[in-house]
Design a protein around this ligand. Structure first.
Ligand code: AMP
Ligand code: MG
Length: 493
C-alpha cells in the first residue's frame, strides 16, 4: 500500500460543533505550484518527495481533499483597532487538519484563499498572489531569524483573477501553525456568555500548548501567565529585528505565542519607533514602538475572558488578572533589556548599560540610521579606535558616534571576552539580512507582472540564513535607494 501523503490526526474537529463550520474548499480553475517547502514538509511528516508538482498543486489548492482531512473554518471574534467585532472567523481560510510533526508537537495545516465560508461576510474567500507571497517570504524569514511564527508550506496560483482595487492573480497559501487559536477565539465565546465553551477551549489550549501547567495548583492562572510570557517575548523578538506586525488585533493574536497573520506587516529600514507601514493604520496605533502596549492590551482582553476560571470570587479573579498583566510588563522589560544588551555585545546589563543602549538608539534615530545595518556593522567595531567606514555610512552624520563607540568599547571589553568572541556573539543576534520591504515589493511585482519568481525564490533562500555573511548576496542587505522606497503596505484582502 502507498504511504499516505499526510497522516492527519485531528482534534479541533472533535470539539463541539459551535467551534467551527465543516466546509470543503472551493475548487480553483488551474492550480499551479510555484513554491513548495520540502524541508518543512519533511518535518511535518508530509511525504511530498517524488510527488509530481501537479499533484501537489491539486492538493495544496484544495481541489483534492486527502483521506483523513476534515476541513473546517474556525469561529472567532476580535477587537479590530480597538473595536469589538463579535463574529469574524475564517472567512477565507480552511483548516485541512492536524499532524504530529517530528518534534512531537501538533501542527495545523491550513489553506488560505481557499474559498468562502460561513464567516466570509462580504469577502470573496480568495487571496491575491501578492499578499500570499508576502506571507510566505516574511514568515519563513521570521523562522530563519529564530522567531516563533506560523510557517509556509506552499504557494499555488489558481489561474483565476481576484478583484481588489484592480484585477489580480489569485493564489492559495498553505499555512502551518502550532494552532490557529487566537485571543479572539476566546472572545467569541465570551461575547456569547458561553462559559461551557470557554472552559472547553481553555482546557484544549492547556493540553495542546501549555501541558506543563496542568498539574499546578492554579492551572488557568498559570496558563494565562505562560501565554502572556510567550507574547512578551515575541514582541521583544519583533523589536530586536525591526518587525512591525501592522494589525495587532486580538483576532490576529495567537495564544501559542507565534507570529500570525502576515497582512500589511513589514520590517523597518531607518530606525524610528513611530514607523507605520499599513495604509489603514492612520493613527499609528500599531506603530513599531507601540507594539508592547498593544500586546498588553490584547492580553487584557484574553484575561477578561478567563476571569471566571481564575477564581470563583470575582474580586479575587480580577486581582489575579491584574497580577498577570503586571507580570507581562515585567517579562517584557526584562526580555527587552536582555535582547538590547545582546545586540550591543553585552552579556548582561549593568546599571549604566540601559543608557548606553538608549543613547545608541537615539543616535540612530537622529541620523536616520538603518536599524539592521547599525547593529550588524557595529559588531566589526569591537576594539576599533576609529569608526569603521561601513558603519559610518549608515549614519547621516557621524557626530556623536565616535564618543559613543569609545564609551561602548570600554564597556564591552571589560566583560572578559575577547573582541572576536564579542563579534561572534553579536553576529548571532544581529542579522545581516531582513526581508526588506522594497525587495518584497519587487519580488511581488516581478511575479504579478511577468510571472517571474526568481527574486522571490532568491529572497526565501537567502533569508533562511539571515545571520550568515553571504557576500554574493550583499545587494539584498542594502536599504532602498530613495527611488526604491516602499513606505506603505496594504492588507490585500
Ligand atoms: P484579516 O484582516 O486578514 O485578519 O481578516 C479579518 C477578517 O476578515 C477575518 O475574519 C477574515 O477571515 C476576513 N477576510 C479577510 N479577507 C477575506 C476575504 N478575501 N474573503 C472573506 N473573508 C475575508
Ligand atoms: Mg486575521
Amino acid at each position: 500500500m502507498k504511504t499516505p501523503l499526510i497522516h492527519f490526526d485531528n482534534t479541533y474537529a472533535r470539539l463541539p460543533e459551535r467551534f467551527y463550520e465543516s466546509i470543503t474548499p472551493s475548487p480553483v480553475k488551474l492550480p499551479q505550484l510555484v513554491r513548495f517547502n520540502f524541508k518543512l514538509a519533511q518535518e511535518l511528516g508530509v511525504n511530498a518527495e517524488g510527488v509530481a508538482s501537479n499533484d501537489l498543486a491539486v492538493i495544496f489548492s484544495g481541489n483534492q481533499i486527502l483521506p483523513g482531512s476534515e476541513p473546517i473554518a474556525q469561529a472567532y471574534a476580535g477587537h479590530q483597532f480597538g473595536h469589538f467585532v463579535p463574529q469574524l472567523g475564517d472567512g477565507r481560510a480552511i483548516l485541512l487538519g492536524e499532524v504530529i510533526a517530528s518534534d512531537g508537537k501538533r501542527r495545523d495545516i491550513q489553506l488560505k484563499g481557499s474559498g468562502r465560508t460561513r464567516f466570509s461576510r462580504q469577502g470573496d474567500g480568495r487571496a491575491a498572489l501578492g499578499p500570499v507571497m508576502r506571507e510566505y517570504i516574511l514568515s519563513e524569514a521570521m523562522h530563519g531569524l529564530g522567531i516563533p511564527t506560523t510557517r509556509s508550506l506552499a504557494i499555488v496560483t489558481t489561474g483565476e483573477e481576484v478583484m481588489r482595487e484592480t484585477s489580480l492573480p489569485g493564489a492559495v497559501l498553505t499555512r502551518i501553525a502550532a494552532s490557529h487559536i487566537r485571543v479572539g477565539t476566546f472572545e467569541y465565546f465570551a461575547a456569547r456568555q458561553d462559559k461551557e465553551a470557554l472552559k472547553i477551549l481553555a482546557d484544549y489550549v492547556m493540553a495542546r500548548h501549555y501541558p506543563e501547567v496542568q498539574s499546578l495548583p492554579q492551572p488557568y492562572y498559570e496558563m494565562l501567565k505562560a501565554i502572556l510570557r510567550a507574547k512578551a517575548e515575541l514582541v521583544v523578538h519583533w523589536m530586536r529585528v525591526g518587525f512591525i506586525h501592522g494589525v495587532m488585533n486580538t483576532d490576529n493574536t495567537s495564544v501559542s505565542g507565534e507570529t500570525i497573520d502576515y497582512g500589511p506587516c513589514a520590517f523597518m529600514d531607518e530606525y524610528d519607533p513611530n514607523t507605520v507601514f499599513s495604509s489603514i493604520d492612520r493613527h499609528g496605533r500599531y506603530a513599531f514602538g507601540n507594539q508592547a502596549v498593544i500586546a498588553a492590551e490584547n492580553m487584557g482582553s484574553l484575561a477578561s475572558c478567563l476571569l471566571f476560571l481564575l477564581h470563583e470570587d470575582p474580586a479575587q479573579a480580577l486581582k489575579m488578572a491584574q497580577e498577570a498583566i503586571n507580570h507581562f510588563e515585567a517579562v517584557f522589560q526584562n526580555a527587552w533589556s536582555q535582547a538590547a544588551c545582546q545586540k550591543i555585545g553585552l552579556l548582561h546589563a549593568d546599571s549604566d548599560d540601559l543608557s548606553l543602549i538608549l543613547d545608541y538608539l537615539e543616535l540612530m534615530q537622529k541620523n536616520n540610521a538603518d536599524h539592521t545595518l547599525a547593529f550588524h556593522y557595529l559588531s566589526a567595531a569591537v576594539g576599533e579606535k576609529k569608526v569603521p567606514p561601513n558603519l559610518h555610512a549608515v549614519f547621516s552624520q557621524s557626530q556623536g558616534l565616535e564618543p559613543w563607540l569609545t564609551r561602548w568599547n570600554e564597556r564591552v571589553l571589560k566583560q572578559g571576552r575577547s573582541a572576536q568572541e564579542i563579534t561572534r556573539a553579536m553576529n548571532a543576534v544581529n542579522p545581516a539580512f531582513i526581508p526588506r520591504n522594497h525587495r518584497v515589493e519587487q519580488a511581488i511585482q516581478a511575479a504579478v507582472q511577468k510571472n517571474d519568481f526568481n527574486l522571490m525564490n532568491r529572497l526565501i533562500d537567502v533569508l533562511a540564513r539571515p545571520y550568515d555573511d553571504q557576500p554574493q548576496e550583499s545587494d539584498l542587505m542594502q536599504p532602498p535607494k530613495p527611488a526604491e522606497r516602499v513606505t506603505q503596505t496594504f492588507c490585500g484582502t
